[in-house]
Design a protein around this ligand. Structure first.
Ligand code: SF4
Ligand code: SF4
Length: 269
């Protein structure tokens, strides 16, 4: 799956600061809070490791850290997809951005790819006070557009974007959003996202009454941030050995084992 967005979105930003401006005696709280190990003991943000979670932004006592948007330009979408040939495309969108979504979709369609799914990732972020009913109405609008283009949707309910690695409490946000939107959502599989972590499935099972009931209420779980935090040390180790994690015969099985620990309870439902 390739992820895109139809406007500003925390999933598509990087943190940046000029290390030359940092006082020499700064205890580097930015480094301590970064879950992606993107800020080392010296120097700037390592852009390829930063995934834009934003945790470093408020902790700099000197206000030196900025966020920089990384939105793909319209003309880049079709060539990128034609090169990567993904099976699915995910578009991060927001309430109030139906028009921008439609434009992004046109760019995706221009790639000529035959996609298995078009995932729509959306939560309650956006205009202040967005309610689940508004979100569902917007999803219905996206659904009409997808259907017109012959695309099969996958709805990703973004409970609390990129927060799964903060702690156990974030799992509640994704489940609350699912409970509110599920009865009024358009057709298509619903997936938990945004805030999901290792607590999500036990909590979901308890709330739903059984594993089977949980499985009937959601089609899957997106373990974005928490999976990244889990695997990041292995990715870095592989980099230090001069290759990708995927190509490391020792580390790759370990990475799969860690990832399996997250998804196995779901697969066993
Ligand atoms: S804390 Fe988040 S936004 Fe800041 S550098 Fe690390 S990954 Fe990037
Ligand atoms: S917290 Fe601010 S001043 Fe300190 S190292 Fe990070 S960016 Fe520089």
């Amino acid at each position: 799956m390739v992820s895109l967005s139809d406007g500003d979105d925390p999933h598509f930003r990087k943190a940046w600061f000029d290390p030359l401006c940092c006082p020499a005696d700064c205890p580097r709280p930015c480094q301590q809070v970064c879950p992606a190990l993107a800020i080392a003991a010296t120097g700037a943000v390592q852009s390829d490791r930063c995934y834009g979670c934003g945790r470093c932004l408020p902790v700099c006592p000197h206000g030196l850290i900025e966020e920089q948007g990384q939105i793909l330009s319209a003309s880049m979408v079709a060539p990128l997809l034609a090169r990567l040939r993904p099976e699915a495309v995910e578009i991060h969108t927001r309430v109030g951005r139906g028009e921008a979504f439609a434009k992004r979709l046109l760019q995706v369609e221009a790639s000529g790819l035959s996609l298995r799914r078009l995932a729509v990732s959306c939560g309650l972020e956006g205009p202040a006070g967005v309610r689940p009913l508004q979100l569902a109405e917007e999803l219905w609008g996206r659904f009409a557009r997808l259907r017109a283009g012959g695309l099969r949707p996958l709805w990703q309910l973004d409970g609390r974007a990129m927060s799964g690695d903060i702690g156990q409490g974030t799992a509640h946000a994704a489940l609350r959003l699912l409970a509110a939107v599920r009865p009024i959502a358009p057709p298509g599989p619903l997936q938990l996202a945004g805030g999901t972590n290792a607590s999500t499935l036990p909590l979901f099972r308890r709330q739903a009454g059984s594993a089977l009931a949980a499985r009937s209420q959601a089609a899957g779980v997106a373990f974005g941030g928490v999976a990244r935090a889990l695997l990041q040390p292995l990715i870095l180790q592989a980099e230090q050995r001069g290759h990708r994690l995927l190509d490391d015969r020792l580390l790759w099985p370990r990475a799969l084992e860690l990832a399996r620990g997250l998804v196995a309870p779901w697969l066993a439902c």
